[in-house]
Design a protein. Structure first.
Length: 250
């Protein structure tokens, strides 16, 4: 499979992820929507279904949709990112670039779908929340720890899926994301994906959103560094414990 196909697959899949994911946050957070004040559990399920759809769309490229997943596979010693896609510097950068671009595109589409409600929403913080994550209690070390743990769970469990007999695939990943959100998402909004946060945050910064306020770049490195660290740790730990998870042994 050519890297061009990989790129397009990941762009479309990640765009679907953030269109539906950012979309459910917009439906809950913005004034006057049908889903306004639907609650955090609605957001959790919305993101889970967003992952479900994105994985199907990007199945051809292995549906990474997330640089932390790509990095976890890399450090775990996998020979291929997907059938016919060898692990290399070029393929790694292709995944990273496609995931970031797709996340940006999906966020723009979510904004277009909710344009009138963005205009009607008086709180700048609610508008930013549609695009990117933010902490409930701002504390750099603890926010970082939360993102590392949440992403570790995501990538570590994904690395075990190859040895399960069920073949649930996208549904299994979707339910995992719902579970992470419901259990670990409260402190930071659970980015668990650098592209998911950075791409939409860039979109927030450049789109002509009425009364949008700051894009909170002072916090923006945490949902990038935390997930990358968590994905790396997951890939390494999956190597160290082959006796209990033989499917992820190199």
């Amino acid at each position: 499979m050519s890297l061009g196909i990989v790129f397009l697959s990941e762009v479309f899949g990640t765009a679907m992820l953030t269109l539906l994911g950012c979309g459910v946050v917009a439906n809950v957070a913005l004034k006057g929507t049908k889903g306004n004040s639907g609650g955090f559990l609605m957001v959790n399920w919305g993101w889970g279904i967003a992952v479900f759809a994105g994985v199907f769309v990007a199945a051809k490229s292995g549906a990474h949709l997330n640089p932390a997943v790509t990095l976890g596979l890399l450090v775990n010693g996998k020979a291929e990112y997907a059938p016919g896609v060898a692990v290399s510097f070029g393929s790694t950068m292709t995944y990273f670039g496609a995931e970031l671009l797709g996340a940006f595109v999906g966020a723009v589409l979510a904004w277009l779908a909710h344009k009138q409600h963005f205009d009607a929403e008086p709180q700048a913080g609610n508008k930013l929340a549609v695009f990117s994550t933010g902490p409930a209690i701002r504390s750099t070390p603890w926010n970082l720890v939360t993102e590392i743990i949440g992403t570790f769970v995501l990538v570590f469990v994904i690395l075990t899926f190859g040895g399960t007999p069920s073949g649930l695939g996208p549904l299994a990943v979707a339910l995992l994301v719902v579970g992470i959100g419901a259990s670990l998402g409260g402190p930071t909004g659970y980015a668990i994906n650098p592209a998911r946060d950075l791409g939409p945050r860039i979109a927030h910064a450049i789109l002509p959103i009425k009364g949008k306020g700051s894009s909170d770049w002072a916090y923006s490195w945490i949902p990038v560094v935390g997930p990358l660290a968590g994905g790396t740790l997951a890939g390494l730990v999956a190597i160290w414990v082959p006796m209990i998870m033989p499917s992820v042994a190199p």
